[in-house]
Design a protein around this ligand. Structure first.
Ligand code: PGA
Length: 267
């Protein structure tokens, strides 16, 4: 199975100059690491802010890096009177081939509901945007041993999408990635053990496979304080197909060290 290492830039960097510097250093470091990084084994992707998306994707044409949006509008897949929103069509037009959906920061700060996520998934599929669907439990839910229950609830949106549109099975199989990100591990430096993550990923793969007969094994990434020190150990697990990287994706060196770990381990 192909590995994926995806940089979630969140609300960074501050300026267009800094965005360009980050891309310059990513592209030159990719060249230097050509022995280490095999794009056939490990696909690289970055998710800049909506304001930087078009410029970033223009610079990443003909490079091994794909571009993703961080979110899309729930209200319309195309155009409409939705001040402040950008649609799936607009993100795709700006150069995104994928979008993150359901990141815990959106669930927390924008009260994103299951209904909204279903709308977003529907719009993404209609505009041929692949989806990196983020799920994860809070610290309190982890402490109360409710992780799998919470994940099942979050994954039910995918089941609902397939119930509403059974024909999407093939698209889902090819264009849906799940990112398991325990909320308590994001930006905190705290991480679950590799065996905990592996068991959780196995559960996610089995759960999604149960949604439709023809669904092959789905790609599941781990996210939450992935860094240059722990990347090798996550990459070594056959259940962990890659990483969604926040903080460490803002420096070319650390992002590509993580990508190299997955490239080596999955070769
Ligand atoms: P982090 O963020 O790597 O900074 O913990 C991960 C994410 O939020 O996707």
């Amino acid at each position: 199975m192909q590995a994926w290492v995806i940089g979630n830039w969140k609300q960074n960097p501050a300026t267009t100059n800094e965005v360009n510097e980050l891309i310059d250093s990513l592209l030159s470091a990719i060249d230097e690491r050509s022995n280490d990084l095999n794009p056939d084994i490990c696909q690289l992707m970055v998710a800049p802010t909506a304001i930087h998306l078009a410029a970033v994707s223009a610079r990443l044409q003909q490079t091994p890096l794909l571009c993703a949006a961080q979110d899309i509008s729930a209200h319309s897949g195309t155009t409409g009177a939705y001040t402040g929103d950008c649609s799936a069509q607009q993100m795709a037009d700006a150069g995104a081939s994928w979008t993150l959906l359901g990141h815990s920061e959106r669930r927390q700060y924008h009260q994103e509901s299951a209904d909204e996520l279903l709308q977003k998934l529907t719009h993404a599929q209609a505009q041929q945007l692949g989806v990196i669907f983020c799920i994860g439990e809070t610290q309190a839910q982890y402490d109360a041993k409710q992780t799998l229950e919470v994940l099942n609830e979050q994954l039910a949106v995918i089941k609902e999408l397939l119930t509403q549109q059974p024909k999407l099975v093939k698209t889902i199989a090819e264009r849906l990635i799940i990112a398991y990100e325990p909320v308590w591990a994001i930006g905190t430096g705290k991480v679950p053990t590799v065996s905990e993550v592996s068991a959780t990923h196995e559960h996610i793969k089995q759960t999604v496979a149960s949604f439709a007969d023809e669904l092959p094994e789905i790609t599941v990434l781990y996210g939450g304080s992935v860094n240059t020190d722990n990347a090798d150990s996550f990459a070594a697990s056959p259940m962990i197909d890659g990483a969604l990287v926040g903080g460490a994706s803002l420096k070319a060196e650390s992002f590509l060290t993580i990508a190299s770990a997955f490239s080596r381990a999955k070769a």
